[in-house]
Design a protein around this ligand. Structure first.
Ligand code: PAF
Length: 282
């Protein structure tokens, strides 16, 4: 399995596969891979002949006070995991390769409405950074299919919309969240948790399951449900950032008639910000 660092080499290799009529799948990541990422690769293998996993810690999607500098860089381990998972190629470009004129002078893709609120409100500029790099990766790899985790629910909505709006000929697949046995969603940022924080972390999934059960019973007092979950997380030692029940398709605040709802949560445990979501059909 090759690791390619330049666009020139990537294009040459992928052109060869295309000439052989191979279907190409893309799994965009920032590395520090865990079972959640591997499930995306497995999903891509089912949908394509060649799987390209990109590893790029995208500076454009990090805010000034966020963890860009400390984000784990684990290329060697990632290569081993991807090799074992049957991935075909790694594309690991440098920042200079993707942003040769620097971030400030680079064109940005902004996706209205679905980028607003929730993580978009807490992390200004984050989704423009994600939308820009994903559009670039789509143009560089020109995959037939691309796989993203449903764990980043708002991110997936942003990517689906930009793909539709810009008529990018890529099939976007959302893959289910992979969880530890205690319900904690796999995330690169779980590695930042102390032992005590990790022991508290299942409270997020527990709070969502509790809300989902009440929603499934037909409760429509969404503000009250959100408040109860807020208090539950506070009691478990979290500092909740947002808890919202939304229409799964539009991400707008849920209305009683909406058939498909999603609970979105972000909360700090110490300095680590965890996000998760759970969908409910009524
Ligand atoms: O979800 C991620 O890891 C990143 O946001 C992505 C999609 C690879 C873009 O940098």
């Amino acid at each position: 399995m090759r690791t390619i660092h330049t666009l020139k080499e990537l294009r040459a290799v992928l052109n060869g596969y295309r000439q052989q009529g191979k279907r190409i799948g893309l799994v965009p990541t920032m590395g520090n891979l865990h079972e959640g990422h591997i499930s995306l690769v497995e999903q891509a293998r089912r949908a394509a002949d060649i799987v390209v996993t990109s590893i790029f810690i995208n500076p454009m999607q990090f805010g000034a006070n966020e963890d860009l500098d400390s984000y784990p860089r684990t290329l060697r381990d990632d290569q081993e995991r991807l090799q074992a998972a049957g991935n075909s190629l790694i594309f690991a470009p440098s920042v200079e390769e993707l942003y040769p004129e620097g971030l400030a002078r680079h064109t940005q893709v902004t996706v209205p409405e679905v980028s607003d609120g929730y993580c978009g409100a807490s992390r200004p500029g984050h989704f423009a950074g994600v939308a820009t790099v994903v559009t670039m990766l789509f143009n560089m790899v020109q995959p037939d299919v691309a796989v993203f985790g449903e764990k980043d629910f708002q991110q997936l909505a942003v990517i689906r919309k930009l793909t539709r709006d810009l008529f990018i000929p890529v099939e976007v697949i959302g893959a289910p969240t992979v969880r530890d046995a205690d319900g904690v969603a796999k995330s690169s940022r779980n590695g930042y948790l102390s032992a005590d924080e990790r022991a508290r972390a299942p409270a997020i999934f527990a709070a969502m399951e509790h809300m989902a059960a009440r929603l499934a019973q037909g409760e429509t007092e969404y503000t009250q449900l959100e408040q109860d979950a807020y208090n539950q997380l506070l009691a478990a030692g979290f500092h909740p950032d947002y808890i919202a029940i939304v229409n799964s398709r539009t991400l707008k605040p849920a209305q009683p008639a909406d058939p498909q709802l999603t609970i979105l949560m972000a909360a700090f445990l110490g300095t680590t910000r965890l996000i998760d979501n759970l969908s409910v059909t009524r």
